[in-house]
Structure formats: structure tokens, C-alpha cells
Design a protein around this ligand. Structure first.
Ligand code: BGC
Length: 899
């Protein structure tokens, strides 16, 4: 490919999306070329009502004209005002630096329902059953309808308070699960839009919906049911365009009828019970006689925002099979069969069974085994995480999978199973938000590769609608601190911009009137706490900032800027002399350095809360100052910069001695002071030494918790102790990242010592084996070991920082990352005396490439002296590194010692 191509067209991060409610959506595309230096110099976008119009360039609703610009992501639509349900076709033309032109394919997006009055549907549901603690059967809702003419197209706009699964003429609409997702239903609910043209037909039709409790009225954390409302409700509007030019709209209203069916209970935490004998064959087809069903109840529309979804939906992904035949445990009259899926996963079991009608199989889920081989469920706390299936008695067997629940597990226990289950009896269905993989990391050490595997599985399991702390016990909340520490790693592994775009709005919805960000978002299930405290509440600044860094998204910053400002001003008001969470502070002082193993014996670690608070106050003020500058508010930028300086000074006065000691002398104290630049420059070396000494004194072990751990390797790298960062990474005794790996872990554990040889399991009150927080080491693997990093001055990987830092005896490492511009690669290996490094810099981007090359090393690129190579310019050379500016393209550098 010597020519330029344009493609990968996206609108609001999505390919041909249905249901956009952003009035001026952003368009992005990629350039494809294998020529070095390929870059865009100009573009033109045209948009029109049909693909033919785009091709013929007529009836244009937008023509950007030729714009001399290298911008190829987040170009804001600036054409005619968009209307509800309008579909817009668009195309981009791109000129490169040689003047050649590429014309991209035609793409489209379709608007959702922009005004309240576009909805003529009513909220409907079944009669009230169940209470605060009793799980309830899932109602089936239905109606038949007639379409009088041939069909051109059909769209379903649908949402629920609770969860819905919709069928039309007996066929399932879409592949999403856990729709409409979790938001604060007191403020907003998302709707989905489906193209159901292929499901409806001229003549008789039927639409059916099953409603589950979900987060709306099912159990949330340890706080019982009905957090938002007492029963699930549906809102649905089917709009059919007919060939005769008319539109027929079928809506949820009092003409629908309901009955309770085979789902006797469904609850995210507790599980699902299904009695297949109660199935109602054909209930969602047109011929079904529903005269014995009840008329639905009608509800007044809640006064909340009804918004198109911005994040990805949750989907069923891969399937896992047992790795060995099940183990049997006989007791009394039952036999319990324990299956091992080989991987701690999140989702549910598809059961295969054959037996007599009325027999009930019970499915329990666990992450670990007890020493006797039975399943370890103590750490689930009150979550039953149990499904029941009662057989119909089909002679050729039955297959069942629950609908409205998920569990976190590696082991599956079946009891009540008729006969002896074979390996086919159990399949693990992996479920998570559809955040496509973007990153790969591997290196020469298999244990680190397993660590990376565990990080990715922790992310899959806990990115289910919101970023959760854990997927198994009675918790599964969008803990802000956990999300904040992991977001950067998450953005390497998967495309998480839409996922966080949605969740950051949840975070803002949960902001207190005073300006505090919450401990969890959506805010539910944890009682009255509204201020997340240091490192948790600060997610409200750190998360939008990180999405900006990784995806170049300034709109997110603009949108949430007023909210971020309210937060920092709240910090200013509630601190005393710029010390946040001072000792007598009457409010919540935070979770501390959560789960640090620093000898303090406390779950919140031994680092002082006012120290952590003030450090994060400084960090948030500084980030806000940078954000203000980026979105053009220079006065604010100066104001928050000054605020940062004041908080920093207060930090120094209160917590730093003249000898560079930080109060409490904890690793986390030093890490925060160094990472957030809170020390006078002359004291940094002393502080770095103190940190290093403490690590060595502990036999090369960290003592940090959720707060300090993510920054620790970066700090060690930046103070010249790369050796120690690697030593900690490679440490195999606890506390360390690799200890769980050596114990066969397949996900990241909540605690460094979740299980140890001498003590067995930690306190079951808090002992998750799938908690991504400590997986935040992932960003160091990508950015430092393999060497792909973002340049904050040129976000979204518009300019890449490629800087591998070999060490720890590794002989190779490789990372690949699908950026907004295309795939970047950094792949190095050591071959005798030679350092061989292949990099890929996506079209329309540039990179600074740091080749490790001590004095006396010659650096070549594709066989020629590097500085003479096409696309490569030497920037700087010092005793350790040769630094080049590199144009887009593929390169292989070889650094070799001579003489
Ligand atoms: C959660 C954490 C969370 C913490 C707050 C725990 O129960 O599992 O991950 O951040 O509470 O300290």
C-alpha cells in the first residue's frame, strides 16, 4: 500500500451508531498508509440524507469545505440542525502531505429521540409483589399488533426501570444483556435503539418483554432490594415506516397484558430460579391467546432524564469449558459435583441436563476451593450467588442459562443433578461491557505474562456496566477509588472511552450539593456517605483527565468542567489552611491507603489521612488548572495553579522535614509526595533514598495499598531506581504482584495476602479474588517495560512517547496499542550485545523514540545510521539514550556496542 486510504469512520466513538442524542456529534477516521511520514494536511466532510446523495454530492446537510488541518479525530459536526430519528450519511476526503487525495467509505449515524414529546409510550408493569428482602418472579408483558402495509424500516426505542429482554414474533431483539444499564434511576435512565426491520412483518405481529429486577429494584450491595423503586417497569416504542408512506407506532400502554412465567426470582446478587414447567409456549407470538392474562398497570412517567446510551452495552463474550471432569462429594442423599473452569470469570453457567420433570438442579458459584476441595463461598458474604433450574422433563435433554443475574466464579457446584454430569453439563458464559480489546503486552517472563492475563480478566469481570470493585460478593459497586487507580491500565487493555463517558456522567449525577464526589457511582447501596474522601472522590477529576490523555477527548473535559470546579472549590472550603481531612475534620476522612500491608494492621493502612488528603487536593487542583488551560479558561488556570502552589506549600510545612523525611515515613507517603511533585526539588533525592531504603529493609517488598501502589513503580523509575521497580515487579513472596501468580491466580486479588501458605484465607468479610485495583501495574508494563506512552502535550497518542526501559533481566517485551489513529507497536529484544527494537507509529502521528544506547553504541535503523534514515531525526544523545523524532511508519532500530 503506497497510497493513502481513509477509513474506520466513527461517530461518537462508534461505528454506524443508532440512537445518538448529542446534537453536534464528533466524527473520527483513520488514515492507512505504509509510507513513512504519511500525514493528513487537509480534510473535507460531507453529510447528506442518503448514501446516494453523498456519492452524488447533492442535498448536502453539511459540507465542511476543504479544511487545512491535520485533525482526524473528534471533528465536530457543524451542519444543519439534526432532528429526532434522522439518519445522516457521511464521508470524508483526506489530503496528505504529498497532495494526494483519499476518499473514505460512506458511514452513517442515526439520531435518537431528542425531545420528551417524541415519546408517546407509557410506563407499564405488573402488580406489586415482594418486599424489601423478598425476590420476585419476572413478569412477561405482551401485545399483538397488525401492520397494514409492506415495511420499509422499523426501530425499537426501549428502556426499563429494572432490566428488560424483548422479543418480536418470538425472536430476540439484539444481543445485549443487562439493558438498559445502571444509572441513578432517580435522575436518569438510558434507552436503547434497535433496528428491528427484519423482525416485523406485514400482518399480525407480537411484541413480548420479560422484566427483571436488576439494580433498580433487586438487591444492591448489602442494603436490600428496592433501592430505587418497588417493581420493574417498561417503556417501549416501536416505530414502523411503511411503504405507503405512513408511520405506525406501537407503544407500551394499557393495551398490554402480563403474566408471571417460569422465572420465579431473578436477582443480580442472589441468582435466578427457573421452573421450566411454567414456561408459556408461544407467549410472544401473534397467535397466542392472552385473554387469561392480566391487564398491565400504568405508571406516571418519572420526572427524570431519558437519555440515549453513550457507553457500550453488556454482551455475552467467550465461553469456557471445564478443564477436568467434575469431582463428586457425597453427603446424605445428595451428591455435589464441582467443576473447574480453569479461569476466574464473570458471567453465568449454561446448564445441560436430562432428567424427569420437576427435578431441581442447584448451581452454586465460587472463586476458590476449600482445602478439602469443596467450594469456598465464605467471601460472598450475603450474596447467595445460586441459581436453580427445575426441569421440564424433555426426553432429549434441556439447556438453560439465567437471564438477569451474573456471578464471579471459577468453580461451579451442581447438586440435585439427575445422574452423573459429564463435561458438557457446564459451560461458563463470560459477560462484560463491550469494550473491544486495544492492547497487548507480553515479555520474556512467563509469570509477568500471567500477571498481564490476570489484569485483563480482572478488567473483563469488573467492567460490567460500571467499573466495579468486585463481581462476586454482596457489593459490586462502582467504587470511585478503584476506578481511578485502574483507569489508565484499562485504557491500554481495551477501548474504554465510551464506557467512561457514561460512567463519568454517573459520577457527576452523584456529586453532592456541596460539591463532593461520591465513594461509589451510581450512588446506592452504601448508606448515607456522599463524600468518597481522598483518592476516591478525586476520581471526578482523574478519570476525565485520563480519558482526555488517552483519547484526546476535550469535550468530556468541557462537559464536566463546572462539576470539577465545584469539587475543587469544595475541597478548598472544607480544608483548613489547605490541609484536607485535618485531624479534627468533622466529615469523612477517607479510606486511607486501603489494604496496605504496612504493618499498621489496619485496613486503611498507616499513612496519615490528612497527608493523603492534602496530596490529592494538590493533585486535583493542579489537574484542574491544566484542564482549564486546555479548554481555554486561562484565568481559572492561573487561579487553580496558585491553589496548587498553596496546597503544596501547606503539605511541605505540615508533612516534610528539612531532611526530606515525610511524616509517618510510609512508602505511600513518599510515593505521593514524589509523584505529585510536592517536595522542594532539593529534598527529592533524600525522599527517594528513604523510600528505597524502606523497600530494601522489607526485603525488597512494597508496603503500599490501593492509593500508593499504582504510582510506586513510576516513582522509582523517575528517581533513577528502575532496578528497584523491576525487583518489586519480579518479587515472588508476598506482598507482591507475582505472589498470587505463583499461587495459580487467574485474576487480581483484592488483598496481597488473600491466601497464604501459613495462614490460609484472609478474613472472609473482605477477600475478593477478582479486584482490579492492584492490576494498575499494567500501565507500567505498557509504558515503561514495553515503552508505549502518551504525550500529555499532544494527547490521544497524536504524538507518542516510545521509551522502553529494559531491566530485571528481561530479554524481550512487546506492546501493541490500537490508538484513535491506528495501531502503535513497540517490540524489543536483546540479542547478545544488540538491542533490537521494532516500532510502528500510526499514520498522521509522530513519535519521540528513546533508544537505550550507552556511550560507544551505534544506532542503526533498517541497516543504516539512524540519523540518516528516512523519517528519523536525531534530537539528543546522552550517556544512556539516543533520542529521535520519528515520522509515522514502521522502523527497526538496532543499538549495538562497538569495540
Ligand atoms: C471495596 C473497595 C473499596 C473500598 C473502600 C471495599 O469494600 O471492595 O474496593 O474501594 O471498600 O474502602
Amino acid at each position: 500500500m503506497t497510497h493513502l486510504n481513509a477509513g474506520h469512520l466513527r461517530c461518537e466513538y462508534q461505528e454506524n451508531p443508532l440512537g445518538i442524542d448529542v446534537l453536534n456529534p464528533r466524527l473520527s477516521w483513520r488514515l492507512f498508509s505504509d509510507r513513512r511520514g504519511a500525514r493528513q494536511t487537509a480534510y473535507r466532510i460531507i453529510a447528506a440524507p442518503s448514501a446516494d446523495d453523498v456519492t452524488a454530492e447533492r442535498n448536502l446537510i453539511w459540507d465542511s469545505g476543504r479544511v487545512e488541518s491535520d485533525q482526524s479525530i473528534h471533528v465536530v459536526y457543524a451542519g444543519e440542525r439534526l432532528r429526532s430519528r434522522q439518519r445522516v450519511f457521511w464521508r470524508v476526503q483526506v489530503w496528505d502531505e504529498t497532495g494526494s487525495l483519499a476518499v473514505g467509505p460512506i458511514a452513517w449515524w442515526e439520531m435518537g429521540l431528542l425531545r420528551r414529546t417524541d415519546w408517546s409510550a407509557s410506563w407499564i408493569g405488573a402488580t406489586l409483589v415482594g418486599g424489601r428482602w423478598t425476590t420476585i418472579p419476572a413478569p412477561l408483558l405482551r401485545r399483538s399488533f397488525t401492520l397494514d402495509a409492506p415495511i420499509v424500516q422499523a426501530r425499537l426505542y426501549i428502556t426499563a426501570s429494572g432490566l428488560y429482554e424483548c422479543t418480536i414474533n418470538g425472536q430476540r431483539v439484539g444481543e445485549d444483556v443487562f439493558t438498559p444499564g445502571w444509572t441513578d434511576y432517580r435522575q436518569r435512565v438510558q434507552y436503547q435503539v434497535y433496528d428491528v426491520t427484519g423482525l416485523v412483518r406485514t400482518g399480525e405481529n407480537a411484541i413480548g418483554v420479560i422484566l427483571g429486577d436488576g439494580w433498580y429494584c433487586g438487591h444492591v450491595a448489602w442494603s436490600g432490594r428496592q433501592q430505587y423503586g418497588d417493581r420493574p417497569k417498561l417503556l417501549a416504542q416501536l416505530v414502523v415506516t411503511l411503504a405507503n408512506g405512513k408511520t405506525q407506532t406501537i407503544v407500551s400502554n394499557r393495551s398490554w397484558r402480563y403474566a408471571f412465567g417460569p422465572i420465579l426470582e431473578s436477582d443480580i446478587l442472589h441468582g435466578e430460579s427457573y421452573d421450566a414447567r411454567l414456561e408459556i409456549p408461544g407467549w410472544d407470538t401473534p397467535d397466542f391467546d392472552d385473554s387469561s392474562w392480566q391487564p398491565v398497570e400504568l405508571f406516571t412517567a418519572p420526572d427524570i432524564a431519558l437519555v440515549a446510551m453513550r457507553g457500550p452495552t453488556v454482551r455475552r463474550h467467550e465461553e469456557l469449558r471445564p478443564i477436568t471432569p467434575p469431582t463428586a462429594f457425597h453427603s446424605h442423599q445428595t451428591t455435589r459435583w464441582v467443576f473447574d473452569l480453569g479461569q476466574n470469570m464473570v458471567g453465568r453457567v449454561r446448564l445441560r441436563v436430562r432428567g424427569p420433570a420437576g427435578v431441581t438442579v442447584t448451581i452454586r458459584h465460587a472463586e476458590m476451593l476449600n482445602p478439602d476441595g469443596t467450594i469456598y463461598t465464605a467471601n460472598l458474604r450475603s450474596a447467595r450467588a445460586t441459581d436453580h433450574y427445575t426441569l421440564r422433563g424433555d426426553s432429549d435433554g434441556e439447556v438453560w442459562e439465567p437471564r438477569f443475574t451474573f456471578h464471579g466464579f471459577r468453580y461451579v457446584e451442581l447438586s440435585g443433578y439427575p445422574g452423573v454430569p459429564d463435561m458438557e453439563a457446564v459451560t461458563g458464559i463470560v459477560i462484560h461491557s463491550a469494550t473491544p480489546p486495544t492492547g497487548e503486552f507480553s515479555c520474556s517472563d512467563p509469570l509477568i505474562n500471567q500477571l498481564q492475563h490476570n489484569i485483563v480478566w480482572g478488567q473483563k469481570g469488573n467492567f460490567l456496566e460500571v467499573p466495579t470493585d468486585c463481581p462476586q460478593r454482596d457489593e459490586r459497586l462502582g467504587w470511585t477509588g478503584d476506578a481511578q487507580v485502574f483507569i489508565r491500565t484499562a485504557a491500554f487493555n481495551m477501548h474504554v472511552a465510551p464506557f467512561f463517558t457514561k460512567w463519568i456522567r454517573d459520577l457527576e449525577d452523584a456529586q453532592s450539593p456541596e460539591g463532593a464526589y461520591p465513594p461509589v457511582a451510581p450512588l446506592a447501596g452504601i448508606g448515607g456517605l456522599t463524600d468518597g474522601g481522598p483518592a476516591w472522590a478525586d476520581a471526578g477529576i482523574i478519570c476525565p483527565w485520563t480519558i482526555y490523555l488517552c483519547y484526546g477527548d476535550t469535550r468530556l473535559l468541557e462537559e464536566h468542567y463546572p462539576s470539577m470546579q465545584r469539587f475543587v472549590e469544595y475541597l478548598e472550603r472544607s480544608s483548613r489552611d489547605f490541609i484536607r481531612c485535618y485531624e479534627e475534620y468533622p466529615g469523612f476522612r477517607g479510606f486511607g491507603d486501603w489494604l496496605a500491608l504496612d504493618g499498621s494492621g489496619r485496613t486503611d493502612g498507616g499513612t496519615a489521612k490528612d497527608l493523603i488528603g492534602t496530596a490529592f487536593f494538590a493533585h486535583s487542583a493542579r489537574l484542574l488548572s491544566r484542564i482549564a488551560a486546555i479548554i481555554g479558561r486561562s484565568r481559572d488556570a492561573t487561579r487553580y495553579r496558585r491553589l496548587f502552589e498553596r496546597v503544596r506549600q501547606a503539605f511541605i510545612t505540615r508533612f516534610v522535614t528539612g531532611a526530606g523525611r515525610v511524616t509517618g515515613e510510609t512508602q505511600t507517603g513518599y510515593v505521593l509526595a514524589l509523584h505529585f511533585d510536592l517536595l522542594p526539588p532539593e529534598l527529592r533525592p533524600a525522599a527517594a533514598d528513604a523510600l528505597a531504603r524502606d523497600i530494601l529493609a522489607r526485603g525488597v517488598h512494597l508496603s503500599t495499598g490501593f492509593v500508593g501502589t499504582p504510582y510506586l513503580p513510576h516513582v522509582l523509575t523517575s528517581v533513577g531506581r528502575l532496578d528497584l521497580a523491576y525487583a518489586l515487579l519480579l518479587q515472588q513472596t508476598w506482598p507482591s504482584w507475582l505472589y498470587p501468580v505463583t499461587q495459580g491466580a487467574t485474576t487480581i486479588w483484592e488483598r496481597w495476602d488473600g491466601w497464604t501458605h501459613d495462614r490460609g484465607f484472609q478474613d472472609p468479610g473482605m477477600n475478593s479474588f477478582n479486584h482490579y485495583a492492584y492490576g494498575a501495574i499494567g500501565e507500567w508494563l505498557y509504558a515503561t517495560v514495553a515503552g508505549i506512552d502518551v504525550d500529555p502535550e499532544c494527547p490521544g497518542y497524536r504524538h507518542l512517547v516510545l521509551r522502553p526501559r529494559p531491566g530485571g533481566g528481561l530479554t524481550s517485551a512487546r506492546a501493541a496499542l490500537d490508538t484513535m489513529y491506528g495501531r502503535a507497536v513497540s517490540d524489543w529484544h536483546i540479542d547478545g550485545d544488540r538491542f533490537v527494537w521494532t516500532i510502528v507509529v500510526p499514520p498522521n502521528t509522530t513519535a519521540t523514540a528513546y533508544v537505550p544506547a550507552v556511550e560507544g553504541t551505534i544506532v542503526q535503523e533498517s541497516g543504516r545510521p539512524a540519523e540518516e534514515s528516512e523519517g528519523v531525526t536525531l534530537v539528543q544523545r546522552d550517556e544512556e539514550t539516543a533520542v529521535y523524532r520519528v515520522a509515522s511508519g514502521n522502523y527497526t532500530f538496532v543499538a549495538e556496542r562497538v569495540g
